[in-house]
Design a protein around this ligand. Sequence first.
Ligand code: NAP
Length: 483
Amino acid sequence: MPTEYTNYVGGQWTESERGDTFDVRNPADTDEVIGTYQASTEADVEDAIETAVAAQGDWAGTPGPERGRILRDTGEALAVRKDEATETLVREEGKTRSEAAGEVQRAIDIFRYYAEKSRDLGGTSKASSAPASELYTKREPLGTVGLITPWNYPIAIPAWKLAPALAAGNTVVIKPASQAPSMTRIIFECLDKAGLPSGVANLVTGSGSEVGAPLAAHDEIDGVSFTGSTSVGTAVAQSAADDLKRVQCEMGGKNPTVVMPSADIDSAVDIVGVGAFGTTGQSCTACSRAIVHEDVYDEFVEAITDYAESLEIGPGLNDPDMGPHVSRGELDSTLEYVDIARDDGATLQTGGNECTGDEYDGGFFVEPTVVTEVESEMRIAQEEVFGPVLAVVKVSDFEEAVAVANDVDYGLSASIVTQDLTEANRFVDAVEAGVAKVNEKTTGLELHVPFGGYKDSSTNTYREQGDAGLDFFTTTKTVYMNY
Ligand code: NAP
């Protein structure tokens, strides 16, 4: 019997009022149920928000170092459980063991980082125009915030929203993705062990429509931080903005790597290959377009094809190069994009099939795929695929490379491979993306610098991570103090 897990509201593990549940299955072996979770309702969301609102004043009044102590102990509790959490992540979301271990470590580090930040929320002091007067700003928590997270980084993203929200003195209701709620549940077990006061952070599982939508729209919620698809994020932003609450949505990407003639092609292939096929292409920052100068196009295509064909695919627990898609729906969507690319006139260079055979039959495995002769206006070069599919576009000079890189609605991460310093700097200046990298893969982020997109990749309101993470979760009060 799979374990049935409950919501966490007011410091108690509680069942949903309706009593319905849903199963979460292993995408590498769908016979395995990872856990059974509450299919919660709007009433459960109401309950959690009411609890969080009631706890907010005391939490905001708790000294920053004590809030930090709880975050630090949460990180340490997670560190003790790292191997178990890693294995659960692999079984639930499908990442390889190495990828999952890196993500769990990232979550531990995020709690440690914001533990220290909680004593340093900032504020400025300015010279007043009047005598005997102080003029300064102080940072205050927003209040009670709603967090909505996707399945593809099921522990890092909840951590990078929860930790700064709590560090700044907010109380929280979080709804994790239904495909991968276990990692948020593990974080809550660690928060509980660390002694988080009841009501400060609340976990409600369930569908986007029954839990996510009412959470985003609720008038007692002061801020909404969402990560997920551009279509859902746009609806969330619109409903949150209805009563002028602060909102931040980080969404999809169509991330390019430009390969110039001065690049070392072996390095370029590693940079593009890891960016495109790592995490099965299921990263918002995954490289889905290689924009390659004509002088090195043939050499690059041959090498990236060999790279894709050399990858070992299998269940993440065996730590292969690439694990499965998270679901049948995601796998079908990837295969559909391969057909669309072919119909639009691109060439399928390698891959493009579901993997078959004993090891693969119970799961959602797909071949790493390279599509060449792609034109920038084709759908395969414009739309987020969210699978291990690389579209290769040939360009004749640097200006065309930048124009193609920018010729999409998204603007999350972008990179260039070049040995030419001027070209590298001109790329950083010109590329329309929230993250610009030189000689590095589009994926992979440091936790203490801002992260977020341009254009349709973001609501373009606030960034996440680092100090920017605290900016979203705090508001500024300006104080005029005469004495
Ligand atoms: P999604 O379908 O948009 O779902 C994201 C979250 O929103 C889930 O918790 C989902 O709940 C919930 N949701 C669904 N409908 C909702 C509604 N009407 N109102 C409120 N919440 C609702 O995205 P996903 O498939 O989980 O994640 C993949 C997407 O996330 C990709 O587009 C990827 O690029 C993007 N992403 C962006 C970043 C970034 O930082 N820019 C990082 C990671 C991922 P259910 O799970 O219950 O449906």
